[in-house]
Design a protein around this ligand. Structure first.
Ligand code: ATP
Ligand code: MG
Length: 397
């Protein structure tokens, strides 16, 4: 099946919003065995929308659109689809009722212009959108499919995952497709590629470089659910053998979640003191669910005086300077003692970053120099600190 994507919104053409919807959908279509041939971005202008839809309708079997389903005057996807297909827009009583119910739930009067979100054309079915007010549209006509989804990425993704993808999969392939992502660290993309190319895994494998390491996406296809599951398990087992010791997470696992689980399972607590990362390490650690159970707190201490007041020896600072392992270690110890935790992390540095993780007996250290912008360098240093923490947590005593 040939597909194309049309991303709708003038903000995309102005460069104000990055078209992540199209890249997300583009990454999903191969799972369904659908070939994507074109991605178009178009502004909120009815004439141009109709023109793009006409071209897409002529040349592709599947047209996916995102955006322009809102209640405002510049949201014109429904109007343009109705014109392109020569079908009249009508308010659907069930959709209207649902929409009015939603506003009632919020204790608000429904603004009159919202009614257009309850409209359909005869060949369209509504696709539920529990995250917003705009239902999607599923149109089937003359053997072709048009699927209109909302612009906000959270609404679009949920609609894709729960409604559109399963239905398309059934319709297009009569095949079940399961994917799994394995997340690795301390290997380069080339090394992973080299290792994987020598494997005989029964699944398709995609390799992607991400900030937290190299990710492998495994895809298994089979006529039945059980067969696809069995295949993905075989594939995973095979890759785990090849990549022993390098896999830190699966699917939606985050690094902060993974170290959080290790800390909680070990009954251990953590404290941090950071200058280089300016609080990003503390913010990231607290992103993990139930982090208050093990994260005693974080001290953000940029100037010398503050570090000294928080327990870093003045003499160390003047002898080695902030860009040193000695100071990073002293910060880790000071955080651990001050906040009465089992493990401390110190992140120091100016041009280069120095990271230390210690528990009073053992330590793990790291230093890096990132040739990137400072916000990016902070992100990379945060990831490095979390990997060092994981390393200490997994080392035998
Ligand atoms: P709304 O009800 O919010 O108006 P909508 O379906 O009309 O929904 P748009 O108005 O086109 O959608 O977009 C709403 C917001 O969603 C945009 O401001 C933008 O932040 C985000 N968005 C829209 N299209 C995209 C896209 N292709 N990629 C990423 N984000 C997008
Ligand atoms: Mg809108």
């Amino acid at each position: 099946m040939d597909a194309e994507i049309v991303s709708i919104g003038t903000e995309l053409l102005r460069g104000e919003v990055i078209d992540t919807n199209a890249s997300y959908l583009a990454s999903q279509l191969p799972l369904l065995g659908i070939d994507l041939y074109r991605v178009t971005q178009v502004g909120d202008e009815r004439g141009r929308l109709v023109e793009i839809f006409r071209q897409a309708w002529r040349r592709s079997q599947l047209l996916l659109t995102t955006g322009g389903l809102g209640p405002t005057e510049d949201d014109l996807t429904r109007e343009a689809l109705s014109e392109m297909l020569g079908e009249e827009l009508k308010v659907d009583p069930t959709l209207e009722q649902g929409l009015r119910g939603l506003f009632a739930l919020w204790g608000r009067e429904m603004p009159s212009h919202n009614i257009k979100q309850a409209t359909l054309i005869p060949s369209a079915q509504a696709i539920p959108n529990p995250r917003g007010t705009a239902p999607g549209w599923w149109v089937e006509k003359e053997g072709k499919i048009v699927i209109a989804m909302p612009g906000p990425p959270k609404e679009m993704r949920r609609m894709w995952e729960k409604e559109v993808s399963p239905r398309l999969s059934q319709q297009v392939k009569g095949e079940i497709i399961i994917s799994r992502t394995l997340k690795t660290y301390s290997l380069t993309e080339a090394e992973v590629d080299e290792l994987v190319s020598r494997s005989s895994s029964p699944v398709e494998i995609g390799i992607y470089a991400k900030p937290d390491g190299i990710h492998l996406r495994l895809i298994a296809r089979a006529p039945k659910q059980e067969e696809a599951e069995e295949r993905i398990q075989q594939g995973e087992a095979c890759l785990r053998q090849i990549l022993t010791g390098h896999i830190w997470g699966v699917d939606d696992d985050t690094l902060e979640g993974v170290v959080g689980t290790l800390l909680a399972d070990g009954g251990l607590t953590l404290a941090t003191m950071e200058s280089y990362t300016g609080g990003l390490l503390a913010a990231t650690l607290s992103d993990a669910p139930r982090s208050c159970a093990y994260y005693n707190g974080g001290l953000v201490a940029p100037p010398k005086e503050t570090s000294i007041a928080l327990g870093v020896e003045a003499q160390l600072l003047s002898q080695y300077g902030a860009t040193s392992l000695e100071v990073a270690l002293a910060m880790a110890t000071a955080a651990r003692q001050r906040l009465e935790a089992n493990i401390g992390i110190g992140v120091s540095g100016e041009d280069a970053v120095f990271i230390a993780v210690e528990d009073g007996r053992r330590n793990r250290t790291y230093h890096g120099n990132y040739p990137s912008s400072y916000p990016e360098a902070k992100r990379r240093a945060t990831i490095a600190a979390l990997f060092k923490l994981r390393c200490l947590l997994l080392s035998p005593d």
